[in-house]
Write a protein that binds this ligand. Structure first.
Ligand SMILES: Cc1cc2nc3c(=O)[nH]c(=O)nc-3n(C[C@H](O)[C@H](O)[C@H](O)COP(=O)(O)OP(=O)(O)OC[C@H]3O[C@@H](n4cnc5c(N)ncnc54)[C@H](O)[C@@H]3O)c2cc1C
Length: 385
């Protein structure tokens, strides 16, 4: 085997995070290949496609994927009271995930990443001087070698176990429909309450034309909660009689081990997902940048052992560990509130500009650890004063 046959880095999974990371690594001069089991990138992805505006601009993400802007949000209490949040600047973009994923995949190709679509990675073996990856192209198996392998496999954790990496401690259910509505929705709506989804929320996000994504994040029974929301709020407005309900698990909680000898996981494969909203794109992108930094260092030293790559885990957890833990804590507290308590908070907050401004000042679309303790304190003070 000549050294020319060995890649620097192989990436498993061409979701947004795998493609982004592959493109960044190739840009740094590494010899990179990416494998994706689907024949086409971004087809049939289940996602609402919300990405914070700041994150979108920071990473200069594919603009052709933008469908709409989220400028304001209407929060609905269990009894139907509305709190309208109208921030001074637009909060986020809503993207077409197929175009978004394809855009990032094109970035990787342009940077010279070798791409293998319709190729499933069956196994990753770590040998003393490289990793060996066994790939199926549907008809036969072949092998590739690399100094480092990156798992960007989303919620598929089969490869993790054998490599000593762990999956996230838990999962939420994300359930969604995309439909056209009579009198199309103008603004994003969020619904909360025990009958909506205990300790969680449902959403309706307009796509800028007559289409709307209506979905729910739930611990369990997600489909029946979503059906209830559709029945009570949208039945008369649905232009598609029986929109297809699509469901996917979402990683929840801090993964214990996301690196090993010559391997690391990134994106949802590493559980880099907000425990508050289930959003995973921003955290995955932030961590991809951390992976680039650590891998550059590892290649400079020619060291790819567990100790070296653990620096990546340390760094990403120092940035996001607190966020993930505090989101989980807030969710547990929120789960305990009754509908009448939520109603009381809605009533109190309405018209109190000063309080809203204070909350707003501490709000960041991606990082909630500053906002959540304040939010919990305000909730408790309103309820127990
Ligand atoms: C209903 C719902 C709504 C959501 N809304 C949002 C939102 O608004 N904003 C947001 O930020 N996030 C949202 N998310 C989460 C978001 O979709 C994920 O966090 C994001 O897709 C993770 O990106 P990724 O690249 O890590 O993984 P993925 O997008 O899952 O990509 C992983 C890729 O790896 C491939 N793969 C897996 N195993 C192998 C293998 N062995 N060999 C080859 N290929 C393999 C898969 O086919 C897949 O293409 C939502 C999720 C759900 C379910």
């Amino acid at each position: 085997m000549s050294y020319l046959d060995v890649y620097d880095i192989l990436v498993v999974g061409a979701g947004p995070i795998g493609s982004y990371l592959a493109s960044r690594l190739a840009k740094e001069g590494f010899k990179v290949a990416i494998f994706e089991e689907d024949k086409e990138v971004g087809k049939n992805v289940i996602c609402t496609g919300i990405i914070g505006k700041e994150t979108f601009e920071k990473f200069n993400l594919p603009r052709e994927s933008i469908l709409n802007e989220i400028k304001s949000i209407n929060f609905f209490s269990p009894a139907g009271a509305i709190f309208k949040y109208n921030p001074p600047h637009p909060l986020a973009y809503v993207v077409d995930r197929e175009k978004f994923d394809k855009g990032l995949f094109q970035w990787a190709k342009k940077e010279g990443v070798e791409t293998y679509l319709g190729n499933y990675v069956e196994e990753v073996k770590v040998a003393p001087r490289f990793c060996e990856v066994k790939v199926s192209d549907g008809a036969s198996f072949y092998e590739k070698k690399a100094k480092v392998v990156i798992l960007a496999t989303g919620i598929k954790y089969k490869l993790h176990k054998k490599l000593g990496l762990t999956s996230p401690p838990s999962f939420l259910q994300g359930v969604q429909i995309e439909t056209t509505l009579k009198n199309s929705l103008e603004e994003t709506e969020i619904y909360i309450g025990r009958k909506v989804s205990p300790g969680s929320f449902a959403w309706a996000v307009p796509l800028g034309d007559s289409r709307t994504r209506i979905g729910i994040l739930a611990k369990s029974k997600g489909t029946s909660y979503l059906e209830k929301i559709i029945q009570t709020r949208f039945k008369e407005r649905l232009l598609v009689e029986e929109p297809q309900i699509r469901k996917k698990s979402i990683a929840y909680g801090l993964s214990r081990k996301t690196t090993g000898e010559r391997v690391l996981a990134v994106g949802e494969a590493a559980g880099q997902v907000k425990t508050t909203t289930g959003g995973g794109i921003a955290y995955g992108l932030f961590c991809a940048e951390i992976a680039v930094k650590i891998l550059k260092d590892a290649f400079c030293r020619g060291r790819f052992g567990e100790k070296e790559l653990r620096k990546y885990e340390k760094l990403w957890k120092s940035k996001l560990g607190k966020e993930i833990r505090i989101g989980d804590y807030a969710r547990k507290i929120f789960e305990k509130f009754s509908d009448s308590q939520i109603e009381k908070v809605f009533k109190f907050v309405k018209g109190r500009e000063g309080l809203v401004k204070l909350l707003e000042k501490n709000f960041d679309f991606e990082f909630h650890s500053k906002f959540l303790p304040l939010g919990i304190r305000v909730f408790k003070e309103i309820l127990f004063r």
